[in-house]
Design a protein around this ligand. Structure first.
Ligand code: FDA
Length: 583
């Protein structure tokens, strides 16, 4: 095969990670090509929980309005229901995804955005379409086969699936965003920890008007407990809303991972009727497939000029809904760095920070999602499903929880506790928002990282500590409220300061001229284009009014200065040089 085409960056995969990478690079003017072995993006809904940080990223990439128009809003997400079937008995509910009254303020204070539900099959075309609009070259039915790298670049061999023709693509960097069975990760030889195929699941996508079972308890997940159900399996199923309330994805587990069940229309309908609990409902099955729950992550995300992201480097169950969120955020972390390196504005070592910043996230994502699975056995235990293999006995045990006996009262209390504790499966506001990057692309200010006041996995704690995401606060532009986050991003560095910090404007201009990289400055305060009517900025900045916060293009704090000084320009230039990995 001849090398017949070139791109600065080749991205393998048009999923959440690859689509975001292609879009983010293209809008920064990078010559990027993205390929997918299939003729189009993912046909099934797959991931759906879209958290605040991801909506912030989508907004920065110019897609938030389109994404939110397609998403189910937060107020349709929260009445997570445990039941014996949709038509059957309800065992309990748990408010989820930030809808709990006592948690709403945590989410509202954390971000201008809300968690929403955006099925992956609707998100992917947005990302890929956005990438193409920005100039990315998109090639479907093009399968990555293998690659070789040298000191200048990577040669990847691909097969055009329509014609069988093989050819090579030469790029300066290769991005492996090719999902949980990543061939790019294999080719790069990245070290992986953990296990694939821990358990198996059947996905059935179907249409049915289920309004009368669900509209009064709007949720994205309905968990069904069915001991010894006649279609086999582990007895827990999930009916997941795809479109309220007529499009659904049912998930039913199977134990023998090596031997997935043979599924046909009749088998799938049997599962659905059991889960719905009413076989008079009109059902139209769209597709069925099997997938496995994995527990694996890469401890290093790159090798030479190959960088991997998304499920390729973190493979885990859907609990906590982290999958596509962290895939998108991997790409958002790497794209601006790669654009600066390719543009000759930053040293190649800047790319090392991707490993330092995102490998811990990969591990945390996988560990947390798998740990969450441990929340279900206590529910099963309280329902009396342990200690017997006899489905009849299990059903009697489940029924007897309603008895007016002291034993049943204890079990009801245990069930309530178990359901309340399953909050852990849905709530990980801290895991979503508390990432504090420690890398060479973050310049410390000599202070120690602030301690967490509450559980760092469950609760977000804003800080402008270098390496943390810039905290959100409402400031005002021409009187209209605007998030501090919206003052930043858009592919460039931003310096935030207050009155008395005007010297930072000159410092930023000097640094910008020295490094050839734009640095936007906002002097926030009364009488300025950006005002702080609620004192939000004063509260979140954690530096003096005339201090400064240097925000990276990914809206993470790169450096901060407690106060202005005569050598402000030198200090800012030195911080920029470090972040840009320049000598
Ligand atoms: P993703 O797997 O989305 O994308 C990989 C891309 O690479 C695809 O475009 C693929 O075609 C392409 N590709 C792979 N190999 C290639 C090759 N050799 N050459 C060219 N292209 C190649 N999560 C969740 O939260 N809830 C859920 O219910 C589900 N359900 C679910 C079902 C199924 C069937 C799958 C496969 C996955 C899920 N997930 C899920 C997981 C979720 O989809 C996942 O976390 C994200 O899609 C990860 O995004 P990535 O972009 O990293 O990979």
């Amino acid at each position: 095969t001849d090398v017949i085409t070139k791109a600065d960056v080749l991205v393998v995969g048009t999923g959440p990670a690859g689509g975001t990478m292609a879009l983010a690079l293209a809008r920064l003017g990078v010559d990027v090509m993205v390929i997918n072995k299939y003729p189009w993006t993912a046909p099934t809904p797959r991931a759906h929980i879209t958290n605040q940080r991801t909506v912030e990223v989508l907004r920065d990439l110019g897609l938030a309005e389109e994404a939110l128009a397609l998403a189910a809003p937060n107020d349709l997400m929260g009445e997570n229901t445990y039941c014996t079937s949709l038509a059957g008995e309800e065992l309990g509910r748990l408010r989820t995804w930030g809808t709990q009254p006592h948690r709403r303020s945590d989410y509202e204070l954390a971000s201008p955005e809300q968690i929403c539900d955006l099925p992956q099959n609707l998100l992917e075309p947005l990302l890929v379409g956005g990438a193409a609009r920005q100039g990315a070259r998109v090639r479907f039915s093009t399968e990555f086969l293998r690659c070789e790298q040298d000191s200048e670049g990577v040669t990847s061999w691909v097969r055009e699936r329509d014609t069988g023709r093989e050819y090579a693509i030469r790029s300066k960097y290769l991005i492996g965003a090719d999902g949980a069975n990543s061939r790019v990760v294999d080719q790069a030889g990245l070290p992986l920890e953990g296990k694939m195929g821990v358990s198996g699941s059947i996905n059935i996508v179907f249409e049915a008007d289920l309004s009368r079972f669900v509209a009064h308890r709007p949720s994205v997940l309905y968990w069904i407990f069915q001991p010894g159900s006649s279609v086999g399996g582990m007895g827990i199923g999930v009916v997941r809303m795809v479109r309220p309330w007529h499009k659904w994805l049912a998930i039913w587990g199977y134990e023998d991972v090596a031997n997935p069940p043979k599924i046909d229309e009749e088998f799938a309908k049997g599962i659905l009727y059991n889960l719905i609990g009413d076989n008079q409902v009109d059902i139209k099955i769209e597709s069925f497939s099997t997938w496995t729950v994995n527990d694996m992550y890469a401890t290093k995300l790159s090798a030479g000029r190959i960088y991997c992201m998304g499920d390729a480097v973190h493979r885990h169950p859907p609990t906590n809904g982290l999958g596509s969120n962290h895939s998108i955020q991997d790409a958002y972390n790497l794209a601006w760095k790669m654009a600066l390196v390719l543009g000759g504005k930053a040293g190649p070592d800047l790319l090392d920070s991707y490993n330092a910043e995102r490998a811990p996230v990969a591990e945390q994502t996988v560990t947390r999602a798998n740990k969450s699975l441990g929340c279900f056995p206590p529910i099963l235990e309280a329902l009396g499903l342990f200690g017997t293999d006899d489905p009849e006995q299990m059903r009697r045990n489940m029924a007897s929880i309603k008895d007016s006996t002291p034993e049943a009262a204890d079990r009801r209390a245990a069930l309530r506790t178990a359901i309340d504790r399953s909050d852990f499966v849905y709530n990980c506001h801290g895991v979503e928002m508390n990432q504090r990057y420690a890398s060479d692309a973050v310049v410390g200010d000599g202070t120690a990282p602030p301690q967490y006041d509450r559980d760092p996995e469950l609760f977000y704690q804003p800080t402008s500590f270098p390496g943390a995401r810039l905290p959100h606060g409402w400031v005002a532009r021409d009187g209209a409220r605007v998030s501090t986050l919206a003052l930043c991003g858009d592919g460039v560095f931003t310096l935030l300061t207050g009155l008395g910090g005007e010297a930072w404007v000159d410092a930023a201009a000097a640094a910008s001229a020295q490094f050839g990289v734009p640095i936007r400055v906002h002097v926030i305060g009364p009488g300025r284009p950006i005002e702080d009517p609620h004192g939000d900025f004063a509260r979140i900045r954690e530096v003096s009014e005339n201090g400064a916060i240097l925000v990276r293009p990914d809206v993470y704090v790169g450096w901060r200065a407690e106060a202005v000084s005569a050598d402000a320009t030198d200090r800012l230039c030195s911080a920029m040089a470090t972040i840009l990995a320049l000598p």
